[in-house]
Design a protein around this ligand. Structure first.
Ligand code: SF4
Length: 374
């Protein structure tokens, strides 16, 4: 049997930390290599979480380097590439930072060995995460009901593989249970019956059976999992949501990253003093352009030196946000306006949901980069 490598990227965020702990507890025999790719511009709370995680896992977390230290005089990995890009700040439209600081170092680290990469996208999220373009890397999503990546699902459910799927289900299921599954399997995907509907129908019939069938199907391909004799996660039916992630972190003693601590702020609205709460919603660089206005205010008030540092990058017309500079955002009247808007929005949403802090995290996760924030 070919040697297959198992890896898990630790971003410094809650989900990848929880996934590492979860897999360690449930599947101690999986020899997983943990790695992290440091931009050099993360919050101290992120570095602290990684240290706590190392102790809890009892294993080192390899730091993969986007650039060898003796090949640069820059203050950080981020600054090295910023110099190469002539001071052009990254943005959601030109995300060179993720490419240079996360994705390329990951692909170099992996090399050409067949590799399974575990990704902490949760069961309550609707996003796919980063899928490596390298054919020797296969992503697995243990927190979701569907643990397989989109490319695998597309392949196995494609209309041209219906006959193969029928055969695999016939082998995996008792004859008396087979009828319903065959009904869905033999139905071709088209505009009125989507891949998503077909997948949901098959998962409803049985997650373990579906996983068993995918595993057998992969044996006919070059995917890394197809080279294994067995893969324990095909027996896993857990769906891990946001609440579960926090529970895993608490129970392990690692705890949630410190930047999630909710802090009070005060703002005057219609002559009344109101108390709101703010926190940062995710890991990543302290100046990340994906953060919301209220998170910039949080940085200004909770980490003033880092805010000042972020400001120093705004030169030659380059800014972190399109519509205002950090100098403008830090003006007292602007800070009050942002807090007011945040207070009113979150309290409006709170009347619809009794878990509005979690809603804030879920909303923030809708945008951004899965490599930096998982
Ligand atoms: S956290 Fe934001 S700024 Fe940092 S590398 Fe990721 S996308 Fe870029």
């Amino acid at each position: 049997m070919a040697k297959i490598r198992h890896v898990l990227g630790i971003s410094g965020g809650k989900d990848s930390a929880a996934l590492a702990l979860y897999l360690r507890r449930l599947y101690p025999d999986l020899e997983i290599d943990y790695y992290t790719s440091d931009t050099g511009r993360e919050l101290d709370e992120t570095y602290a979480l990684i240290e706590r995680l190392k102790s809890a896992l009892g294993k080192d977390i390899t730091e993969i380097k986007p650039i060898e230290e003796n090949n640069t005089n820059a203050e950080s990995n981020f600054d090295h590439f910023l110099e190469l890009y002539g001071g052009y700040l990254p943005s959601s439209m030109a995300r060179w930072c993720t490419k240079k600081l996360k994705l390329e170092p990951f692909e170099n680290y992996i090399g050409n060995e067949p590799t399974i990469s575990y990704v902490g996208i949760r069961g309550d999220e609707d996003r796919e995460g980063y899928i490596s373009k390298k054919s020797n890397v296969q992503s697995i999503f243990p927190f979701r009901e569907n643990i397989w990546s989109e490319d695998v699902i597309k392949k196995i459910l494609s209309n041209q593989n219906i006959d193969q799927l029928v055969l695999l289900y016939e082998r995996a299921m008792e004859v008396k249970e087979l009828e319903e599954a065959l009904h869905y399997i033999s139905k071709p995907i088209n505009t009125s019956y989507t891949q998503k509907q077909k997948l949901e129908a098959l998962l409803r019939i049985g997650v373990k059976t579906f996983n068993q069938v995918v595993f057998q199907f992969l044996k006919t391909t070059d995917y890394p999992i197809g080279k294994l004799n067995s893969f324990p996660l095909i027996e896993n039916e857990d769906i891990i949501r946001l609440d579960d992630v926090f529970q895993i972190l608490e129970e392990s003693g690692v705890g949630a990253p410190g930047y999630y601590n909710k802090l009070d702020y005060e703002v005057e609205i219609d002559g009344e003093n109101k108390k709101g709460v703010y926190a940062r919603s995710r890991s990543g660089c302290f100046f990340c352009f994906y953060q919301q206005k209220i998170e910039w205010v949080w940085l200004l008030e909770q980490h003033p030196q880092l805010f000042e540092k972020a400001k120093t990058y705004e030169i030659d017309g380059y800014t972190w946000m399109q519509e205002e500079t950090l100098e403008e955002l830090s003006q007292p009247e602007r800070v009050i306006a942002i807090k007011k808007e945040h207070y009113l929005r979150t309290h409006r949403e709170q009347s619809k949901s009794d878990n509005n802090w979690q809603d804030d995290i879920l909303a923030a996760e809708g945008v951004g980069c899965a490599s930096c924030f998982i």
